[in-house]
Structure formats: C-alpha cells, structure tokens
Write a protein that binds this ligand. Structure first.
Ligand code: 48F
Length: 258
C-alpha cells in the first residue's frame, strides 16, 4: 500500500513535469496578475505553465493589507470578479470589497481548472536566451536557492514568458544582469517602483503591461517595477486587468509567430 501511494505521487508528478517541459507560455509568479493570465490563456487552449516559488500560489493577495484580509477593487474590475465567480460588496466611491481568501482561491481554482500546469516550491533562477529572444526559464527547487546549495538546475522552454514576479521583477532583473540587451522601455536599467500613489500606480501598471524584450512580457507589479512607476498599495484592480492584458498580448504574439 505505502509503495503504491508513493508510486501514485511520483508518477503523477513526473508525468505532469514532462508534459510541461515545452509549453506555449511560461508564467513566473502566481500572484493575482499571473493567475488571471494563466486562467485566460489556458481557457483558450494555450499550453500554460506557471512556476511559483512558494508553497501556494496567491502572492500578495492572501494577506489583504497588514493581514486584514479584505481586497479592494475599483468598479473597472467588476466584469472579472463576475467571470471568476468572486463575491463582492459595494463600499462607496466606485470601490468594492471582497474576501481575500475567496478571491485568491477563486483565481487559483480557475487557473488550474482551465488546465494551466502550476508548479509550486520551484523558482526561476535564470532565463534561456537564444537568437536575441527569451525562449525559456531555468528552474530549481526554492529550497536549493534558499540554502544556497550548489546544485545545477533544469530548464523549461516556451514561446512566450511572463514576468509576474511582483515587486522585484525577477525575470527582467536576471535578463538585464546577465546579458547586454536593450529593453523596449525608456531605460535599459531597471528603475524599480516609486512610492505609493494608488491612482497613478493603477494606471501605469496597466499601461506598462507589455512585451519588454522579444519573448518576455511583464504584468502586475513587475510592470510598475520595470517602468519606474508608483506602487498602488492594497488595491487590486490593475492586477486583474494587467493579467488579462498580458494574456491578450501573448495571444497576439503567438498568432504572429505561428
Ligand atoms: O507579488 P505578487 O502578488 O504579484 P502581482 O501579480 O500582484 C501584486 C499584488 O499582490 C500587491 C500589490 C498590488 O495590489 O502591490 O503586491 O504583481 O506575486 C508574485 C508571485 O511571484 C512569486 C512570488 O512568490 C509571488 O507569489 N515569485 C517571485 N519571484 C519568483 C516567484 C521566482 N524567481 N520564481 C518563482 N516565483
């Protein structure tokens, strides 16, 4: 019995990994923007792999603000709240409030249920760059990175990669650190985010959700970080909209390439 349990776990996991060694799209980071993008792409039959370094996806969404686990959205997000079956109540001034646990788990459920392959406890440590294009990510166990163990990684390939790693914009950071490249941005060095301004941050997050280098897109706080935009604090409208915009841009680019 015990051997069969172990066999069921390992064969299931390795089958899943082998099935995702080559994908259409790899999303690095399972916060709100990455999860929305994963759900949308997978719902359109795009082979989507999401890598999350923590035990569970959700990023900064579980905790609301200072552990007060309520999530605030502007009315612009209502269509997506409906689509992902997230309950909400009206607060006032075009703002709506949701339960963070319901909102986060809904996004995770939608992404997995639509068919995205989500791998947790695994982190992106580098990118594959070929012919001036990002064509994959280099991965390792998060514990290997945390304990600074000298163990070589594996790599996953895809036609498009999304940096949804939030505030540190880790994929773009490693690309810039290890390669001499020109980003599709005003500056080739990453300015990182500016101080909190909710309205300005929400606006620029959406504006700078884009392809920053051939094959590499940014969403959510990573879009603010690479463009030197303000953070918006505990309001999540642009996170959801940015995930949808990233999915649209990636779909257009896949259609162009194929
Ligand atoms: O930070 P995060 O929630 O990203 P987001 O979609 O949303 C930002 C908001 O939560 C909030 C905010 C606006 O309301 O300011 O902060 O931009 O989630 C990013 C996810 O990426 C994972 C990280 O653990 C988190 O779950 N991540 C970061 N670096 C890596 C990674 C990496 N190198 N490999 C894999 N996952």
């Amino acid at each position: 019995m015990e051997a069969q349990i172990s066999q069921a776990i390992t064969s299931g996991w390795f089958t899943k990994l082998q099935n995702h060694l080559i994908s259409d799209v790899i999303i690095v980071g399972g916060g709100p923007s990455g999860l929305v993008c994963a759900a949308e792409l997978a719902s359109q039959n795009i082979k989507t792999t999401l890598i999350e370094k923590d035990l569970a996806p959700g990023g900064g969404m579980w905790g609301g603000a200072m552990f007060f686990n309520q999530i605030v959205f502007h009315k612009d997000a209502l269509q997506l709240l409906e689509r992902f079956a997230i309950s909400y109540s009206y607060y006032g001034n075009d703002l709506y409030v949701c339960d963070a646990v319901e909102a986060t788990s809904s996004l995770i459920y939608n992404a997995t249920h639509k068919g995205a392959g989500i791998f947790t406890g695994i982190c992106m440590e580098d990118v594959l760059v070929k012919d001036n294009r990002v064509s994959g990510v280099v991965i390792n166990w998060s514990t290997v990175k945390k304990d600074r163990l000298h163990i070589d990684p594996l790599s996953l390939s895809a036609q498009a990669i999304l940096d949804a790693t939030g505030h540190p914009c880790e994929v773009v950071s490693v690309l810039c650190r290890k390669n001499t490249i020109h980003l599709n941005l005003p500056s080739d060095t990453i300015p990182y985010e500016k101080s909190l301004n909710a309205e300005a941050g929400e606006k620029s997050c959406l504006e700078f959700t884009q392809e920053v280098y051939p094959g590499l897109f940014v969403s959510g706080m990573a879009a603010c970080g690479v463009s030197g935009s303000n953070r918006m604090g505990p309001i999540f409208t642009s996170m959801l909209l940015s995930g949808m915009k990233a999915a649209d841009l990636i779909l257009q680019s896949l259609n162009r390439e194929n």
